[in-house]
Design a protein around this ligand. Structure first.
Ligand SMILES: Nc1ncnc2c1ncn2[C@@H]1O[C@H](COP(=O)(O)OP(=O)(O)O)[C@@H](O)[C@H]1O
Ligand SMILES: [Mg+2]
Ligand SMILES: [Zn+2]
Length: 335
């Protein structure tokens, strides 16, 4: 059923959730039936008879016996009416004996005419968002206040940027607007982004904000810091668990965000891995957002020219300016 872009783990988690909800509702209904039938024998009898009729009905459909089917239906309707009356006489709703269902559209089957129901789509989005935020929070930060709405231009000064005729704030406003539009208009043809600049200027903040919007639009987005990406790939390659699962997820998601490229321990494994992921995504024409504190020259020294050509050739470069906002926020709180 992998028609939507989420990873297998996301599907499996959602499937597990749906199954356990269904089982829970079935169990609750069972208990309700047991206690009600204990005091009302006629209701128990009708309920069992209706269940049996359903089986006969299915057989009649298969054998194409339409007149039998009609008779069975009539009988079922009569019994159902009687059962509803018994329930309403006891001040109970007509569906009191049935398992509760969360979605009226698909009755919790997850499918509507062979398509994935909106309720499942919402669960898939939610689970992806949970994973996105968890991956972000591995870095010790809270994902809560990281969105476009929490991004303020007040932190950037009105001073002219050296060598340019624009201010820091003007540049950052351009970047903010660009990224906002990028997120709002994201589609499978979008290019990647390269966010460069010193520490604390909002690169991570903006990239997670983009990922959240992209997820809300129903695309899959995966956030990972470069050091975590390498350690996950290392564990997968040299361990025995989850062979290639994360790697394939990094390659196949609609939008991959590699944060802090260059912060990982450099090795031939890390540069081969970064190249493999970037190259595979370029071949699929899938966009990647890369953020880094390093210059292209430094990255080239770390990764070699082929990685850099993959980055420069397929990503729009945005150069962040300003002074460390983390520090400014601390100053604002204490003075
Ligand atoms: N323009 C901004 N408005 C509000 N908070 C910001 C802004 N830019 C960065 N921050 C916050 O400052 C901290 C550092 O930003 P971050 O995005 O991690 O910087 P970078 O990734 O460029 O090193 C984070 O807590 C972030 O949420
Ligand atoms: Mg960062
Ligand atoms: Zn549904």
């Amino acid at each position: 059923m992998n028609l939507l872009p989420y990873s297998d783990e996301v599907y499996k988690t959602v499937e597990r959730k749906l199954n356990s909800e269904r089982q829970k509702h079935e169990k609750e209904a069972c208990l309700r039936r047991e206690s009600f039938f204990a005091t009302n024998e006629r209701a128990a009898h009708i309920y069992n008879e209706i269940s049996e009729l359903a089986l006969h009905g299915a057989r009649a459909v298969l054998s194409g016996d339409n007149s039998l089917l009609l008779r069975l239906r009539e009988k079922r309707e009569k019994l159902s009416k009687e059962l509803t009356k018994i329930l309403s006489d006891s001040d109970l709703r007509a569906d009191f004996l049935e398992a509760k269902c969360n979605c009226r559209i698909c009755s919790d089957s997850g499918l509507v005419f062979g398509n994935v129901c909106v309720c499942v789509r919402e669960l898939l989005k939610k689970e992806s968002m949970r994973r996105l935020e968890a991956a972000f929070e591995e870095g010790g930060l809270s994902a809560k206040c990281v969105s476009f709405g929490d991004f303020s231009l007040d932190y950037y000064s009105d001073e002219l940027v050296p060598g340019k005729r624009v201010t820091q704030r003007e540049i950052m406003k351009y970047i903010f607007d660009f990224c906002w539009n990028y997120a709002k208009n994201f589609n499978l043809e979008s290019r990647g982004l390269l966010l460069v600049g010193e520490t604390g200027l909002g690169k991570t903040h903006i990239s997670l904000s983009i990922a959240k919007e992209v997820l809300k639009k129903g695309y899959s987005a995966v956030y990972v810091s470069a050091p975590n990406m390498i350690s996950v790939l290392e564990r997968e390659k040299f361990g025995k668990l989850n062979l290639g699962k994360s790697e394939s997820n990094f390659i196949k998601c609609d939008l991959l965000i590699i944060d802090d490229l260059g912060a990982e321990f450099p090795s031939s494994f890390s540069s081969a891995s970064v190249y493999n992921i970037l190259n595979s995504r370029v071949m699929r024409m899938a966009p990647t957002i890369i953020s880094t504190n390093f210059s292209m020259y430094e990255l080239e020294k770390l990764y070699g020219a082929r990685v850099i050509s993959r980055i420069i050739g397929y990503n729009t470069r945005l150069e962040f300016v300003g002074t460390d906002i983390r520090q400014k926020k601390v100053e604002k709180e204490h003075f």
